[in-house]
Ligand binder design. Structure first.
Ligand code: DAH
Length: 381
């Protein structure tokens, strides 16, 4: 080991010269003063007080000095570092105060400003779909007709040629309304004697329209209907239908078919088609079940296991509802001469259409009133 270098003069160590230390201190203080943000100050702090800052490096040189020179150099560097730290703390406090002041101004809340007390909601998609259907027919000259939801049995059944023994008239499907006239509070009879029901379909509006209006009659009748179903994924005791009725001279099944095709093309796009399958309804003769081409696979999933379609279960067609030529007995019940006039009608469920048009898998979503269901349909008017 070599002995300490007695002749070593600290003044000769460049980094420890008093004027060098002063310069380092002043540079540091100038850099802090020039920092105009806390981020800039942080950079200056690292540069002037960090482990590789000039003063830190100078501090390291002290260890190599002869003992008699260490104290003085240590004091000089220590004072400079003290001044630098103090300058830093002062500037830090100034900039923090400036920031706090700015935040107070920029982020202040004017509690006197008016605010939205009621958040904007969204219309229910059943309403918008129903109105969209109405619009298609209004554009063709149809009128929108409405009828009561609490309906006389005569309108709901008899006038529609649904005889007294028809199974749909039973308590199993129909809500009967107890009225004061039939003993109101009399418990246990189910109220089936009242002659008043919650309408089970929109078809009674056909009767009301024919009785109320001059011929020819072209009406579209949207509305709420009731059946004694339990609420589950595909049933609800309260649902919506749209009914259409056209009564004029010379109407045929071809007019019905053309009207249906126009409706599905307006709702689902160009090229959509319908097909009719024979069926029975008491109020139409002949009657048919109406299907539309599956708007998702357009029939291409049929017999094509590589392209299964969930919307139509690979059948190519989706069942829409019922239709037919108005039964002459219905026309007669409404005082319309079936020799002179003929008519067509159809009716279908809006919930079902909403389900397949928008891939809604559970009908309960439509009745629970949760805005998270309605909101994605937007504010369509
Ligand atoms: N009212 C029928 C129902 O609720 C649907 C219906 C079928 C309406 C045939 C019609 C029609 O107008 O012609 O099941």
């Amino acid at each position: 080991m070599s002995a300490p270098n007695k002749s070593y003069d600290p003044v000769e160590v460049e980094a420890l010269k008093p004027e060098e230390i002063e310069r380092m201190r002043d540079e540091a203080l100038a850099a802090f003063a020039a920092a105009d943000s806390l981020d800039a100050l942080q950079e200056a702090k690292v540069a002037h007080t960090g482990g590789t800052s000039p003063l830190a490096l100078a501090n390291r040189e002290i260890g190599a000095l002869p003992p008699h020179a260490k104290a003085e150099a240590g004091k000089r560097v220590g004072q400079a570092r003290g001044a630098v730290n103090k300058g830093l703390a002062t500037r830090q406090a100034e900039l923090e105060a400036e920031r706090d002041q700015r935040v107070l101004v920029e982020e202040s809340v004017d509690v006197t400003l008016p605010y939205d007390r009621v958040p904007a909601g969204a219309r229910h998609p059943l309403t918008t779909l129903s109105e969209r259907i109405e619009d298609i027919f209004v554009a063709m000259g149809y009128e929108v007709a409405e009828g009561p939801q609490v309906e006389a049995e005569w309108f709901n059944f008899d006038a529609l040629n649904i005889g007294p023994d028809h199974p749909a008239r039973g308590e199993a499907d129909t809500f009967f309304v107890q009225t004061a006239a039939n003993g109101g509070s009399a418990a246990g009879d189910g109220g089936t004697e009242s002659g008043v029901v919650l309408r089970t379909h929109t078809s009674p509006v056909q009767i009301r329209s024919l009785l109320d209006r001059e011929l020819p009659v072209y009406v579209i009748c949207p509305g709420r209907v009731y059946r004694t179903d339990e609420l589950d994924a595909t049933h609800t005791p309260v649902f919506h239908q749209v009914e259409l009725l056209a009564v004029d001279e010379g109407l045929t099944m071809a007019d019905l078919k053309g009207t249906l095709d126009h409706m599905v093309q307006s709702l689902f796009g160009e090229g959509m088609k319908t097909r009719l399958r024979p069926n029975f309804f008491p109020f139409t003769e002949p009657s048919a079940e109406m299907d539309m081409v599956c708007y998702v696979c357009r029939g291409e999933s049929v017999g094509n296991p590589d392209r299964p379609c969930r919307t139509c279960s690979s059948e190519g067609w989706i069942e829409l509802g019922g239709c037919g030529m108005v039964n002459p007995r219905v026309l007669t019940a409404c005082g319309v001469d079936p020799e002179k006039y003929s008519g067509f009608a159809f009716g279908f469920g809006i919930e079902r259409m909403l389900m397949f048009r928008h891939n809604v898998e559970d009908m309960r979503d439509m009745v629970e009133g949760d805005v998270r269901f309605t909101r994605p349909f937007g504010m369509e008017i």
